[in-house]
Design a protein around this ligand. Structure first.
Ligand code: ZN
Length: 88
């Protein structure tokens, strides 16, 4: 029995919900599920933290209108997503 999927989200879904949440595309139900998942799942929690930091960086970068920083942050996030998925 897998506790994580019992919570309604597996790690992949949590990661997706996480990036959607950044753009405010998640429903309240999805957010609650995501929070619950993050509470029990450490890797996803770390991932979500990184994501939040990155989006802050991106916001700052946008103020400075530096698209290279944004691209780099995006690339890093993709790398993080990949390594997170392969860890399972
Ligand atoms: Zn997870």
């Amino acid at each position: 029995m897998n506790l994580k999927s019992l919570l309604g989200l597996n790690c992949d879904e949590a990661a997706t919900a996480c990036s959607k949440a950044q753009y405010k595309e998640t429903s309240l139900r999805e957010k609650l599920k995501l929070r619950l998942h993050l509470f029990f799942c450490k890797p996803c929690k770390e991932y979500s933290k990184k994501n939040q930091k990155l989006s802050l960086l991106i916001k700052k970068a946008k103020i400075q209108t530096c698209s290279e920083v944004e691209k780099e942050a995006y690339r890093q996030r993709m790398n993080n997503a990949g390594s997170h998925a392969s860890k399972r």
